[in-house]
Write a protein that binds this ligand. Structure first.
Ligand code: COI
Length: 352
């Protein structure tokens, strides 16, 4: 008879991404009258929602993604959780949801980990990037079909052991350039981490898969010219002369915690970070002239993943097959920090 611990060990040996969940979930309730209250950690399981709950009709929802890493001494750490807490509040403001304090956000991660510590995988070696992916989310649970901000809201954190996000690990990914679909428009919700942005990207994702690509690159909605992001990841361009360029933050781009960390680590490594608008023509011409040496995607789930090619209806931008050494170097630096193999000189780790 397999025990719960045996089953957990089997899952942790090969977790994949987002398929398995730990034993508990954290929960805090909010009502317009009482504010945040009822902090608890309870067994993981289905939610009971009224069929008229606002989230099911109008998508009033936000979420976060953050990982817990086990260090060699067995301790468990998260990476810059206050950045996620801050972004969660920005998302909340845009979706007219109540704001959660840093204390409640980080406190909920700690409370869940106090129960589910054993669900944080122990990496077998330096190439093993397994972790416990934490997914905080907030939903409008009020039973009401009028279109207005809900007066009853629930916040949860669930946890899912995670290996590499892409099946091929750090093998370069193929990206589809959507010529028709747009992810975000100025004044919209692009900068917020809300389910609606991801739902709106799925038709383009289907198109990508039809063309053998695992992700979609989105251009801006106004001019169909400027590179924005992949929908679930930010993009970086490595220039031969040492510039590390990423699209500047606008209200149509999600401010990634990994993006921000790569800018700092890149500077530490002697690169010149540039946050500015970059056009699809600059990408095409830069690769053709050899000025752009590498392109990579980054995010909490994907860490840093090289881009191998960008396919569109008109053409394919084929990235040079030169080993993606810079992406690998920055990825190594980031993972060394997250797994406690390098000194945390930026003060980015918080013990859970
Ligand atoms: C993350 O990187 O945490 C995300 O939320 C992206 C999603 C594609 C898994």
């Amino acid at each position: 008879m397999p025990t719960a611990a045996n089953i957990r060990d089997d899952i942790l040996a090969n977790p994949g991404f987002g398929r398995y969940f730990s034993d508990h979930m954290a929960h805090v309730r909010w009502t317009a009258e009482a504010g945040w209250h009822g902090h608890e950690v309870r067994p993981y399981g289905p939610l009971t929602l009224d069929p008229a709950a606002a989230v099911l009709h109008y998508g009033q929802e936000i979420f976060e993604g953050i990982k817990a890493y086990r260090h060699a001494d067995g301790s468990v750490w998260s990476f810059r959780p206050e950045k996620n807490a801050e972004r969660f509040r920005r998302s909340a403001r845009r979706l007219a949801l109540p704001e959660l304090s840093d204390e409640d956000f980080v406190g909920s991660l700690k409370a869940l980990l106090a129960q589910d510590h054993a669900w944080v995988p122990t990496p077998r070696n330096e190439a093993d990037e397994s972790s416990l992916y934490l997914r905080p989310f907030m939903i409008a649970s009020e039973k009401f079909l009028g279109v207005r901000p809900a007066h009853e809201v629930d916040y949860y954190v669930i946890a899912s052991p995670a290996g590499a996000y892409f099946k091929g690990g750090i093998a370069p990914v193929s990206i589809w350039l959507s010529s028709h679909y747009k992810r975000a428009a100025p004044g919209g919700t692009g900068f917020a981490k809300c389910g609606g942005n991801y739902a709106a990207s799925l038709a383009a994702q289907k198109e990508a898969e039809k063309h053998g690509c695992s992700q979609v690159a989105f251009l801006d909605a106004a001019e169909n010219k400027w590179v924005e992001e992949l929908g679930g990841m930010n993009l970086f361009f490595v220039y031969k002369d040492g510039r590390l360029v990423t699209p500047r933050l606008t209200d149509t781009i999600l401010e990634g915690v990994t993006r921000d960390s790569v800018l700092t680590l890149g500077r530490d490594e002697g690169f010149t970070p540039e946050e500015r608008a970059i056009s699809i023509d600059e990408w095409r011409d830069g690769v053709a002239s050899g000025d752009i040496a590498e392109v990579f995607a980054c995010g909490t789930a994907a860490v840093i993943t090289p881009v191998g090619q960008l396919i569109s209806e008109d053409d394919t931008i084929q990235m040079p097959d030169a080993g993606n050494e810079i992406a690998k170097r920055l990825r190594g630096k980031l993972l060394d920090l997250q797994y406690g193999r390098a000194e945390d000189t930026h003060g980015w780790l918080t013990r859970l």
